[in-house]
Structure formats: structure tokens, C-alpha cells
Design a protein around this ligand. Structure first.
Ligand SMILES: NC(=O)c1ccc[n+]([C@@H]2O[C@H](COP(=O)([O-])OP(=O)(O)OC[C@H]3O[C@@H](n4cnc5c(N)ncnc54)[C@H](OP(=O)(O)O)[C@@H]3O)[C@@H](O)[C@H]2O)c1
Length: 312
């Protein structure tokens, strides 16, 4: 195990990435291993990660795949017991595991909202709790949380998803203040729309017909946003920068859409934001959004294949 200061760019870093089976987590685990980190790739189902294991073996990467369902205390306990037994501490933690859902509150169940919080919120905090003692004793470390631009620029149908990401950001602001004196840095990466399997994993829950207009507008905006979506490795590059650059900001929106949406949300007052979807006429709604965000009318750029109600 390295004796270099934890969370710096010197020596071999021990890096844990949650949700490393697919998408942004997979890209991050591979990128960090290729950069020379000892990577612990936490996945729910190791047997489904044969390709990752084969890639690591073929490239001689120091990447170990470990079972971890972040929604379960016992699973997180077991995974971190194995990791910490290997070297005593973690230098870098990337809290990436996440679930997406999209449903109006009237269509949600409290059980489904809790399921999202178990992964996106409690799952992340469980892992943070595991690494803090070692980082504190070592006098340093970096914790990066993958939230979403939806934690700041919140659209309809994101009660559970945006709620969980906002909650995590809020808690991590508190923790960042608790641990800054120990040399531990916490940073948040807020991706925009990224081409991963995430949106395909949710099952649609129908809303009352009264929400049709709002949901149709939401789908049109997402379909327009998907035309400028990123590759998971674009987000992994941003995560790598946050892990290695002590001067990186607390929050980093990633992608043109995320940067635009977060800047827009910061620039207008709450009352205006929460009434954005209120106009009765679609023309008024799209013109207002287009003017505020400085983008073309979403209806003219939306990918038509993404406009059916099952696309989120
Ligand atoms: N894609 C986007 O447009 C986008 C935009 C903003 C933010 N994000 C955030 O980026 C992160 C990664 O998402 P992604 O887009 O890469 O989607 P993804 O390919 O679906 O990856 C999500 C990962 O989280 C894992 N996961 C889900 N539930 C878990 C649990 N209980 N325990 C452990 N792992 C669990 C998944 O494992 P399984 O393979 O076992 O399901 C998968 O490895 C998420 O936090 C997401 O909210 C994504």
C-alpha cells in the first residue's frame, strides 16, 4: 500500500467505483485502472461482468470486481471489509450507482420512491461512511458523487430521482464541511444526458390523463436533449479531472445541456422556474423555454423516435 498522501496524484491510488457494471461507472473504472489506480469495481452481479474481467486481464489492469448492492447494509459491509482488508484505506471513492425513474407524483408509490432513495441517496452515504475513517487517519482522500444536472434544474416527473439527487447533494455539502479540516475533498459531478442503459431500465407508470400535456412537453425536451447526448467516457473524463485536480469546483455540470440547464436555473427566480410548464398553449411554452435557454424550439430538434410515452 502506498505511503503517499491519500487522494493526491502521487503513488498508486486505491479507487472504489460503485455501479461499475455498465455506463459511466464502467467507463470510470476502466479509465482509472488504465491511469494506474488499483480499482475496486463494485457491481451487483459479478457473474454478469465477464467482459470487464476479460478486459482487465487482457490489459493487465489492477482492477478487482466485487459484489456490492449499495441498497443493502450487509452487502456494503462485506464489500468494504474485503477492500479495507487489502490496504487499510481507500484514496478515492466514486459514488456512481444510480437508479432513474420518471413518474408524476400522482403515479408514484411511496415504496418506489424509497427504492430510489435506497440506491441514490442511502447507498451513496453507506459507502461514504465506510471510507471516511481511513481517509481521516491518512489525512486525505477524494469522494466524488455522480448526481445529475437534474439536482439543480428540476423538471416534472422527477419527484423520486431529482429528490434523491438533491438530498445527496445537500448531505454532501454538510459532510464536506465536516471533513475539510482532515484534508478530505468532496466533489459532485452533474452529468447531462448520457447514452447509457439507464433510461431503458425503468418501467413506465401511467399518470392521469390530465398530465398528458406536461409529460408530452417533458418528453419533447428530453428527446431534444438526447440529440446532444454524451458518451459515458466523456463523463468518466470529467470524473477523472475532479479526482485528480484539488482545485476542481464542488459542483461540476458535465455536457452542454447540463451546463446550460444549471446556468439557466441559477439565472431565474424560483417562482418563474416552477411555472415554466404552466402555459396553456404549447407555442407559448416552447417559445418561453427557447428564449430562456437560448436553444431552438425543442419540437424542431427532438428525435421523433423518443417521443412515445414509454421513452423517458
Ligand atoms: N445516463 C444519464 O443520462 C445520466 C444523467 C445524469 C446522471 N446520471 C447518473 O449517472 C450514474 C450512472 O448511471 P448510467 O447512466 O451510467 O446508467 P447505468 O448504465 O444504468 O448504470 C447504473 C449503474 O448503477 C448500478 N446500480 C443500480 N442499482 C444498484 C444497486 N442497488 N447497487 C449497486 N449498483 C446499482 C447498475 O447496476 P446493474 O447493472 O446491476 O443494474 C449500474 O452499474 C447514475 O447515478 C445516474 O443517476 C446519468
Amino acid at each position: 500500500m502506498t505511503t503517499m498522501p491519500a487522494g493526491t496524484d502521487s503513488g498508486t491510488m486505491t479507487t472504489v467505483v460503485t455501479g461499475a457494471s455498465t455506463g459511466i461507472g464502467l467507463a470510470t473504472a476502466v479509465r482509472q485502472a488504465r491511469a494506474g489506480d488499483r480499482v475496486w469495481a463494485l457491481v451487483r452481479t459479478p457473474s454478469a461482468c465477464a467482459d470487464l474481467a476479460a478486459l482487465a486481464a487482457a490489459e493487465g489492469l489492477d482492477l478487482r470486481i466485487v459484489a456490492c448492492d449499495v441498497s443493502l447494509d450487509a452487502s456494503v459491509d462485506a464489500a468494504f471489509a474485503e477492500i479495507l482488508a487489502d490496504g487499510g484505506r481507500v484514496d478515492r471513492l466514486v459514488n456512481n450507482a444510480g437508479l432513474f425513474t420518471s413518474a408524476t407524483l400522482e403515479a408514484e408509490t411511496i415504496a418506489a420512491i424509497k427504492d430510489v432513495f435506497e440506491v441514490n441517496y442511502f447507498g451513496a452515504l453507506r459507502c461514504v461512511q465506510k471510507v471516511l475513517p481511513g481517509m481521516r487517519e491518512a489525512g486525505g482522500g477524494v469522494i466524488c458523487a455522480v448526481t445529475s444536472n437534474s439536482a439543480q434544474a428540476i423538471l416534472p416527473s422527477w419527484t423520486a430521482y431529482a429528490g434523491s439527487k438533491c438530498a445527496l447533494e445537500g448531505s454532501l455539502e454538510s459532510v464536506a464541511n465536516e471533513v475539510a479540516a482532515f484534508g478530505i475533498r468532496i466533489a459532485i459531478v452533474q452529468p447531462g444526458i448520457t447514452l447509457t442503459a439507464m433510461r431503458g431500465k425503468i418501467s413506465a407508470r401511467p399518470s392521469p390523463a390530465a398530465y398528458d400535456r406536461t409529460l408530452s412537453r417533458y418528453r419533447t425536451m428530453i428527446a431534444a436533449g438526447r440529440t446532444e447526448s454524451m458518451d459515458p467516457d466523456d463523463v468518466a473524463i470529467a470524473i477523472q479531472r475532479v479526482l485528480t485536480d484539488p482545485a476542481s469546483p464542488f459542483r461540476t455540470p458535465v455536457g452542454a445541456d447540463a451546463e446550460r440547464n444549471v446556468a439557466l436555473r441559477r439565472s431565474i427566480d424560483d417562482e418563474r422556474w416552477v411555472r415554466l410548464f404552466a402555459p396553456v398553449e404549447d407555442d407559448d411554452f416552447y417559445a418561453r423555454w427557447s428564449e430562456l435557454a437560448g436553444v431552438p424550439d425543442a419540437r424542431t430538434v427532438a428525435d421523433a423516435r423518443l417521443l412515445d410515452p414509454s421513452s423517458r
